[in-house]
Design a protein. Sequence first.
Length: 512
Amino acid sequence: MDFQLKTLTVARAAAEKSDVLIVLVGSAPIGAKDPLSARIASARKAGDLPDKAGKLLALYHPDEVAASRVVLAAIGDGKPESVRTGVLAAVNAAKAQGPKRVVMVFAHEADGAAVASAVAAAADASYVYTTTKSKASNGEGGRSIRQLVLGVADAAAVTQAFGEARATVSGIELAKEWGNRPGNHCTPTLLADAAKELGRLPRIKCEVLGPKDVQKLGMGSFAAVAQGSAEPLRFIVLRYQGGPKDQAPVVLVGKGITFDTGGVSLKPAAEMDEMKFDMCGAASVLGTFRALGEIQPAINVVGLVPACENMNDGRALKPGDVVTSMSGQTIEVLNTDAEGRLILCDALTYAKRYEPAAVIDIATLTGACVVALGGVRSGLFTSDDALAAALQAAGEASQDRCWRLPLDDEYAEGLKSNFADVANVAGRAGGAITAAKFLQRFAGDFAWAHLDIAGTAWKSGAAKGATGRPVGLLVNYLMARARGTSAAAPSPSKSARKTGSSAAARKARSVQ
Ligand code: BES
Ligand code: MN
Ligand code: ZN
C-alpha cells in the first residue's frame, strides 16, 4: 500500500476525494466548528460514539463529505496503543467494501508515536497475501487498499516518524511475505535470492555461502541439519553500513528453517504445515534490512541467516549422532527436532569475527516458549541488563513486546552428555530456557540476546499468517542505538576495542 502524509484538518479531509474517510476521534473536546466536526461532536454528545478506543460509528453519504462513506473511530486517550486499537477496528470495518483510496485524519493533534502507530495498524489491517493464490481468487477476495492518506494537523512535525513507520511497514510486509510462503515457494535458495535483492538497496551488501563454504568453515552442526534435505543449504550474510567503517556492528542472526518436519524425531501430522513459518526469524532479519535500507540510519548492522530444511531421508541426522560445531564443541543430537539451536550455534560462532557491539538472534525456537508466553510477548533471554533494557524498551515503543526470562546456570544441568561436550536437548521442563542455555554456550565473547518468537511470529486458526514480528522491535532498537538514546551499552571504548581487535575482525569490518 502507498502511504502518504498530508497536513489536513477534519474540514479539509472532508473535501478530499476518497472511497472512505476515517476520522480518528480522541476523548478531548472537539474545537473545530466545520460541519463534519460539529456532527462528530453531536454524535459524541448523544453517546453514539463512546470514547473507548475501537468504538466505531459509520456515516453514509453525509452532505458535507466528498467520500461516500465515513467511519468515525474512537482512539480514547490518543496513546499509541489506543490509536492502534482504533485504527485496526476502523480499517477492518472499512475494507469490507474494497476501498482503493482511504483518507484517515486525526481529529486532534497527533505526535510522532501516534502517527507511527496509525501507520503500523493500518498496514496490519489491510495486508493481503496473494503470492500463491490464482489471479481469479485475488480478484474477488484479495481487494486491497491502494493508497492511504494520513491527515495530521502539522505534517512537517511528524515527517520523520512517518517515514520511519512507513519503512518499518515495508520491512514487516517483507517478513510476512516470506513467512507466509509455503516451503516449496520458500526454499533456502529462494530466501537467499530475496536477501540478494536487498543488496540492491543503498548501503546494503549481500553475500551467500553454499554447502562447500559452510563445510570449509567447519559448521558441522548446521551442515548436519541440512544433510537430510534435497535442497542445498544457504548461509546468508547481509551488511548494512550506515556508520563509520570501524564502528562495531550489531549482528542479527535469524533462524532460517524453511520447513521443519522434525527430522527422524518426526513431528505429529496435525498442524505440521505451520512449520513453514520456521524461518520467521530469518524473515525478520530480511525485513529489518529492508527498513534500514529505506531509513538509512547511522549505524552498522550485519545479518546472518543459516537457511535449510529439516527433513528426513537416508542421509538424515539420527538421534544419538555427535556433530562438531564451528566452535569446536561437540554436540550429541538427542532429538533431531531441536534443530534450530544446531544451526544457530554455528552462526553465533561466525558472528564473532565482526567483534560485534551486540548479537541478537531471533528464532521460532521452542514450543515451550508458546506455552510460557502465548502469542502476546516474545521470549527475551540475555545476561546483559543494558541490552535487555534496550530491547524491552524497543518492544514497548513499537508495540512488539517481549518478556525477559531467566538464564540461571542450573537450567543447563540437563544438557550434559556422556558422549559429547553438550546435548542438544534437556528434559521437558523449562524448554525455552534450556534452549537459550544451549545457545549461550556459543555466545561467550560478546553481548548477546536471544528472542524466541515461536509464539509471536505467526497466528494460527482462521487468521493463520505471519505477523512480521519482531521487525518493529528490531528497527526500533536499531534506531534508538543510531540516535544514541539506547539504554544499551555504547560500543566499547577505543582502547578496549584495540586490545580485543583481531586482524580477522578488522578485515571483516573493513569489507562491511
Ligand atoms: N520450530 C520448532 C519450535 C516450534 C514448535 C515453534 C511449535 C512453534 C510451534 C523447533 O524446531 C522445535 O521443534 N522445538 C522442539 C524442541 C524440543 C525437541 C526440545 C519443541 O519445541 O518441541
Ligand atoms: Mn524442530
Ligand atoms: Zn524448528
